[in-house]
Design a protein around this ligand. Structure first.
Ligand code: 13P
Length: 255
């Protein structure tokens, strides 16, 4: 499996942080530090910050993403945002199936699949999150679980459409805890995801798939994680809110 066949992507997931004015300020801080990046750079921001982020990143190498989208195009779904609405704004990426959505907002593999389908239909690139809880790792079911999450989420997705999917492996126990998976643990599960995609779509598709690691990735540990053969990038929470740290991770992915 040749890493050179695929694109490294570092994406920030700002979660529920930053007002529009603060978003503009943060992006202005990031811009000069990542201008020459040798990898894809994306910031996924709260819905209310999307307009400011689109404006601040115009003409730069920074892509903009949302943190979720609904599966219907429109209708009586108070508080929801459709993939079409995001695409109409010029948004290019959307995170789907983040563990915080699964844990706190009742997302299931089935609703994740519906959202993936809707995002692809609207032309968005999906950052699909999968990952296990600590108890599941301790029970030894990580591989089966992550393979199952991947398979269900990709239901109805064609081989051509897979080019618009990035999969992020985020062990839930490593998110926001300062507890990073070891490089070997991250690589092993990213390899499982790639093997699952190979089973579904064949070797070429598996080789071309960008698989990110997420979970307390920071300026210090990024290089070791990103050096792993199956880790093609990162989905960054806390460290994406600090321009210098985020830029350091981008640099590590650009080598
Ligand atoms: P942290 O980098 O803050 O652990 O968050 C990871 C994450 O959930 C990215 O989606």
């Amino acid at each position: 499996m040749n890493k050179a066949l695929r694109k490294a992507v570092i994406a920030g997931n700002w979660k529920m942080n930053k007002t529009p004015a603060e978003a503009k300020e943060l992006i202005e801080g990031i811009k000069p530090l990542v201008g020459g990046a040798g990898c894809g750079v994306v910031v996924c921001v709260p819905y209310v910050d999307l307009a400011a982020a689109m404006e601040a990143t115009r003409g730069t190498n920074i892509g903009v993403g949302a943190e979720n989208c609904h599966w219907e195009k429109s209708g009586a779904f108070t508080g929801e945002i459709s993939a079409d609405m995001l695409a109409a704004m010029g948004v290019q990426y959307v995170i789907i199936g983040h563990s915080e959505r699964r844990t706190y907002f009742g997302e299931t593999d089935v609703t994740v699949n519906k959202r993936v389908r809707a995002a692809l239909d609207s032309g968005l690139t999906v950052i699909l999150c999968v990952g296990e809880y600590l108890e599941q790792r301790e029970q030894g079911v990580t591989s089966e679980l992550v393979a199952m999450q991947t398979k269900i989420a990709l239901g109805g997705v064609s081989k051509e459409e897979l080019g618009k999917i990035i999969i992020a492996y985020e062990p839930v126990w490593a998110i926001g805890t300062g507890k990073t998976a070891t490089a070997a643990q991250a690589d092993e599960v990213c390899a499982t995801i790639r093997a699952t995609v190979k089973e579904l779509y064949g070797e070429d598709s598996a080789n071309a798939l960008t698989v990110q690691y997420g979970g307390s990735m920071n300026a210090k540990n990024a290089a070791e994680l990103l050096d792993q053969p199956n880790v093609d990038g990162g989905l960054i929470g806390g460290a994406s809110l600090k321009p210098a740290d985020f830029a350091e991770i981008v640099k590590a992915a650009s080598r």
